[in-house]
Design a protein around this ligand. Structure first.
Ligand SMILES: *Cc1c(COP(=O)(O)O)cnc(C)c1O
Length: 404
């Protein structure tokens, strides 16, 4: 009988037998050098290690990291996984593993901003051309070129959570001879499963929900069997590895991933519903909301939502979004998300998008709803709305004053 993913994650990563009882968790194995019994054994291990996962040197991983790789493979439903020092490193190495100078990469307009910057900077400087396609994927055919090697996907997208029809998009990319790589940080493997929807490669910032406690940086890349060799070779060539202590932290985080995501979802849905009723709010972005433009695809392809939601203010006062976030007391002001704590950040959509036009509602407030009680979070949001309540009235007054 095949168990559900949360059940398998609770039991994965057990250690191999040693005399006596067994710990529930794998040990942290700190190692650079690995010793062999003989030159012949060392030679044999080195000959086999490109095709098999063997413990031969710290730069190629260790038993703690291998246990985490297997947990991520379970989450993603893929063939095998490699670990990277950050989510951004995982995205960058994915592109470098599959794309050569002279080839072309298509990225979605909703891509995580540092990946956009990587495309416009480093990749272009190294002869890899890039274009951005609409976040819903509808202009993909027009943008595919003979030299397009990789179609990068991020669904739901960063900041306002656009969805694309991944199975349809993957079919078009594959017919064109291109591979599909998905950034699955939002879905974290439980909420969205790109490899089952047609992607060849799925990457995650484990920094977010997998770690879950705002204390570790890591990226993961899981592929299908067919796409594995290129990623594996490139990871070894660049000496990509992570500390076993960090691997242990992420593995510990994954044990409670399902329970945490359910709690984040409940909080985010409650806050989203509350925001929808506020007169100060212009628009709420969360694909789980029935009125969200991405709701139908979210419902078809996702298995729930997480703690993220964004909104825009009706206020015409330019200082309103910043004043609002500064007025929050429980929500921290800081980058990243996926930890146990609530966060608020401002995002400038004019910088984060190049295909779609956001000039009319440029500043979005993104919330990450943590594990605090919803009542306390709503009270905090309520007092922040009160703090900006006078801004528009004041602005009207100053406009009148200027005319006097
Ligand atoms: C945070 C994030 C990353 C990068 O992860 P880091 O570990 O912070 O480098 C990549 N993609 C998405 C969608 C993210 O939200």
């Amino acid at each position: 009988m095949k168990h559900s993913i949360p059940t398998r994650l609770a039991h994965a990563g057990r250690t191999s037998a040693t005399p006596g009882g067994q710990p529930v968790n794998p040990p942290v194995v700190r190692a650079s050098t690995v010793l062999f019994d003989s030159v012949a054994q060392q030679r044999e291990m080195r000959a086999r290690r490109d095709s098999e996962r063997l413990f031969t040197y710290g730069a190629r991983g260790n038993p703690t990291n291998f246990a985490l790789e297997d947990m991520v493979t379970t989450l993603e439903g893929g063939y095998r996984t490699r670990l990277f020092p950050s989510g951004l490193a995982a995205a960058a190495m994915t592109i470098l593993a599959y794309v050569r100078p002279g080839q072309h990469v298509l990225l979605p307009d909703c891509v995580y901003e540092p990946v956009r910057n990587l495309a416009n900077g480093f990749l272009r400087q190294h002869g890899i051309t890039t274009d951005f396609y609409r976040a819903d994927g509808t202009d993909l055919d027009a943008k595919l070129r003979p030299e397009t090697r990789l179609v990068y996907v991020e669904a739901p997208g960063s900041l306002v959570y656009e969805m694309c029809d991944l199975p349809a998009l993957a079919a078009r990319a594959h017919a064109h001879g291109a591979l599909v790589a998905a950034d699955n940080t939002w879905g974290s493997g439980l909420l969205y499963r790109p490899l089952e929807l047609g992607a060849d490669i799925s990457l995650m910032a484990a920094t977010k929900y997998l770690g879950g406690h705002s204390d570790v940086m890591m990226g993961t890349v899981c592929t299908t069997e067919a796409a594995w060799a290129e990623l594996n070779t490139m990871s070894d060539a660049f000496g990509m590895t992570v500390s076993p202590d960090d691997a242990y932290l992420v593995q510990r985080g994954i044990r409670s991933l399902g329970a945490r995501l359910a709690q984040h979802q409940a909080g985010a849905l409650a806050v989203a519903d509350w925001l929808l009723k506020r007169p100060e709010v212009a628009q709420v972005f969360c694909p789980a909301l029935p009125d969200d433009a991405n709701h139908a695809l979210w419902k078809r392809d996702c298995h729930g939502t997480n703690g993220l939601l964004s909104f825009t203010l009706r206020s015409r006062a330019a200082v309103a979004p910043e004043r609002f976030v500064d007025s929050l007391r429980l929500f921290g002001i800081g980058a990243s998300w996926g930890g146990f704590e609530s966060l608020a950040v401002l995002a400038d959509m004019r910088r984060a998008r190049s295909v779609s036009d956001w000039s009319q509602h440029a500043i979005v407030i993104r919330l990450h709803i943590g594990l605090e009680s919803v009542e306390d979070l709503l009270a905090d949001l309520d007092q922040a709305f009160a703090a900006i309540g006078q801004l528009d009235a004041n602005e009207q007054e100053s406009v009148h004053a200027d005319h006097r």
